[in-house]
Design a binder for this molecule. Structure first.
Ligand SMILES: Nc1ncnc2c1ncn2[C@@H]1O[C@H](COP(=O)(O)OP(=O)(O)OP(=O)(O)O)[C@@H](O)[C@H]1O
Ligand SMILES: [Mg+2]
Length: 158
């Protein structure tokens, strides 16, 4: 497991699944689930700063899926897939809700929204991750984090 990232970086065709799990939509299950996912990431040579950011984004996406997507209906599942391809980590979080229009979210930085305590999750995910895409009418969010290339400046943000 320790060399998974190295192997994936050395072999451009390699894709390693780190986690592939479905949890019922219960908020009480989220903290332990996120912790166990992070434990798996800690087995990889991923920088602490990246782990912090990945944990944050995974948490925001899973909470959105449980709360907004599946509306806390524990009969509905949230599926999480984490994989490493080459020099990037992919997180996919899917729910079984109705989807939403992810193209028209309010900007949390405008004067009328800046004091709101909600509406920042997706904004921050987009800031932190290198690529964010939605599929299935918003039921799936796919987030990509690029790792810094060995021994040089990253061409990418973060
Ligand atoms: N999986 C989802 N299914 C349905 N609607 C969603 C989903 N994810 C997000 N949304 C909608 O997009 C809005 C913005 O999500 P975002 O995570 O940015 O903010 P929030 O969840 O309202 O607040 P917070 O800052 O606590 O995350 C949500 O209020 C919700 O209406
Ligand atoms: Mg949210």
């Amino acid at each position: 497991m320790v060399n998974v990232l190295q192997q994936a970086q050395n072999n451009p065709m390699a894709s390693t699944i780190i986690l592939n799990e479905t949890i019922p939509s219960k908020m009480a299950l989220v903290p332990d689930f996120i912790s166990s996912a992070v434990e798996k990431l800690r087995l990889l040579p991923v920088k602490e700063n990246d782990i912090f950011n990945i944990k944050f984004c995974l948490h925001e996406a899973v909470v959105n899926a449980v709360k907004h997507g599946n509306k806390l209906n524990s009969a509905l599942g949230v599926h999480v897939l984490i994989k490493i391809d080459k020099s990037q980590l992919t997180l996919e979080v899917s729910d079984q809700g109705e989807g939403f229009d992810y193209r028209v979210l309010p900007d949390p930085t405008t004067p009328e929204n800046i004091m709101q305590h909600q509406g920042r999750g997706i904004y921050l995910i987009r800031k932190i991750m290198n690529d964010v895409k939605f599929f299935s009418k918003g039921r799936t969010i796919k987030m990509i984090k690029l790792f810094e290339s060995k021994g040089g400046e990253s061409e990418h943000k973060n």
